[in-house]
Design a protein around this ligand. Structure first.
Ligand code: FAD
Length: 487
């Protein structure tokens, strides 16, 4: 059955949608499928059930089984918990999309805006066991056959975005790409909260919302939120991607799931003596690309000419004009080659969207963490619930691979907050509970979170082992309610 070409055009379109490898193709095949089946995604309340009803195809049914199982969880109240809410999600990174999926499962109308036109990040994310379980439950394996095959516990950022985009679309989420969020517009006249978008996708039809979720990544913070700086000792991260031709010889080379200096002194000593490269740690994942992430010592970067001049200020040190890119490529190449015992044949850089070798250097010396995760703004009697998820909330240290695991936790916690909002729980209580849960996020590890993944839901008590939902009291979050009645 699996090898038969479908004769029904909608089946063929579904196959194209599932197999699409770029953001644009996903969107185009999805639109064509909707036209073919005469289902309108704008009809978000009934879209998924109509799609299911009209697409009687065994491959699609396998996906519906997964999604139905997820959607039947009591927390979603048959997709009615947030039936009256409209949510704007900023950013179609993995965390924005993961949050959007949950909001759609709660029954909200969801619009995602993403300023990039394509998903192009080759870099690979480490997945904690629960994230694999979670994604499988959303049908990841049906949407990307190679998802976490065997012992693999990672995925490229791009591929994860594609999976989540497909799930989001199926659930009736509207996703606008190449559209930049430029700020919130306060209510005026009869109009509620809206956003300034560029270019304006709906000049005549304005999307009003009562929930705004910001998932704009590490460098984006909406008005009203503040970042705390966590300054550690100098930490310079380098990522490098090489073409994976998926040959038998490449398959033989073992991954390095994380080797740190304290655990393998000999490896780092040999690396230094043989190549002059001095690292704190290195990770190698074989994914769509051969992906390496390492933390390099400043002295060796200076010695190898990667950094031209020494500065005590990390920003100045790693400023574009102070980095010799050819030397950086050589550094990353040698480190990758040495750490894989020179067994990867014809090591060749994969390219980034600019067509250059996909190698980058990042400063992890100063990490950001939002001071709080939520806030409510009120103007002209109209309240807006705002929340942060993903890197915008807590910036991860990539070599430790905490980004997606904590990012998804925050997406679930945020969905739980929106659920409480939708159910009419007093807003200060909603904020107090969200901030209580947020206190735990930065300490979560695979070891100190609940191991029973089957019980996981958006309810924080199913995931955090010792969570006190009233750790922060209502009177402590008064400042997170921003009201200006004079406006
Ligand atoms: P992101 O994935 O950063 O997504 C944010 C999205 O918001 C982006 O698509 C951005 O275009 C969009 N956006 C921002 N501002 C606006 C706006 N005004 N309007 C509309 N859209 C907007 N993690 C690792 O573990 N290993 C890595 O090697 C690694 N490499 C990375 C490389 C880069 C270049 C970046 C940006 C991140 C990397 N990360 C890496 C971090 C990892 O991608 C994140 O932890 C993970 O993607 C979760 O992020 P997120 O969804 O919160 O944000």
């Amino acid at each position: 059955m699996a090898n038969q070409e479908p004769t029904d055009p909608s089946h063929a379109l579904f196959d194209l949608f599932v197999g699409a490898k770029t953001c644009r193709d996903v969107q185009q095949h999805f639109s064509a499928l909707c036209v073919q089946l005469q289902v309108d995604p704008k009809d978000y309340r009934v879209f998924y059930s109509k799609l299911k009803e009209r697409l009687n195809y065994w491959k699609a049914k396998a996906l519906w089984v997964k999604i139905d199982k997820r959607a039947s969880h009591k927390d979603y109240q048959q997709r009615k918990a947030c039936a009256k809410n409209k949510c704007l999600v900023l950013g179609a990174g993995p965390c924005g999309l993961r949050a959007a999926v949950e909001l759609a499962l709660l029954g909200a109308q969801v619009l995602v805006v993403e300023k990039r036109a394509s998903f192009s990040r080759n870099n690979v994310l480490h997945l904690w066991p629960y994230t694999i379980y979670d994604l499988r439950g959303l049908g990841a394996k049906k949407l990307y056959g190679r998802f976490c095959t065997g012992t693999l516990d990672h995925i490229s950022i791009r591929q994860l975005q594609l999976i989540l985009l497909k799930v989001a679309l199926v659930l009736g989420v509207e996703v606008l790409t190449a559209v930049e969020f430029q700020g919130l517009e306060e209510p005026s006249g009869n109009k509620g909260w809206t956003a300034k978008l560029h270019p304006n996708p709906h000049p005549t039809l304005v999307f009003e919302f009562d929930v705004f979720i910001s998932a704009g990544g590490g460098s984006f913070l909406p008005d009203g939120f503040k970042h705390k700086e966590l300054r550690g000792k100098l930490a310079i991260g380098i990522t490098a991607n090489f073409t994976n031709r998926h040959t038998a010889a490449e398959a033989q080379v073992a991954e390095i799931s994380g080797v740190a200096r304290i655990y393998n002194q000999k490896f780092f000593h040999d690396l230094l003596t043989q190549t002059g490269i001095d690292l704190e740690n290195i990770v190698y994942y074989k994914d769509d690309t051969h992906y390496f992430v390492m933390t390099a010592k400043k002295k060796s970067l200076l010695k190898k000419g990667v950094i031209k001049q020494d500065y005590s200020d990390a920003e100045q040190l790693l400023a574009r004009e102070n980095v010799d890119h050819d030397a950086l490529w050589r550094y990353a190449y040698e480190a990758a080659n040495f750490s894989t015992n020179r067994q990867l044949p014809d090591l060749e850089f994969a390219t980034n969207p600019a067509g250059r070798p996909d190698v980058a250097m990042f400063d992890f010396t100063c990490m950001h963490r939002a001071e709080h995760a939520s806030l409510v703004r009120e103007r002209r009697g109209k309240k807006l619930l705002m929340g942060l998820v993903g890197d915008s909330l807590v910036e991860p240290f990539w070599p430790l691979g905490t980004g997606i695991a904590r990012g998804f936790f925050a997406a679930f916690d945020t969905a739980w907050m929106v659920r409480s909002w939708g159910l009419g729980i007093p807003y200060l209580k909603v904020l107090a509970e969200r901030e209580s849960v947020y206190q735990l996020l930065s300490q979560t590890t695979p070891e100190n979170t609940n191991k029973n993944y089957t019980s996981y839901s958006i309810d924080p008590t199913t995931r955090y082992r010792h969570v006190n939902l009233s750790a922060i009291q209502v009177h402590q979050v008064q400042q997170l309610y921003d009201v200006n009645d004079k406006s």
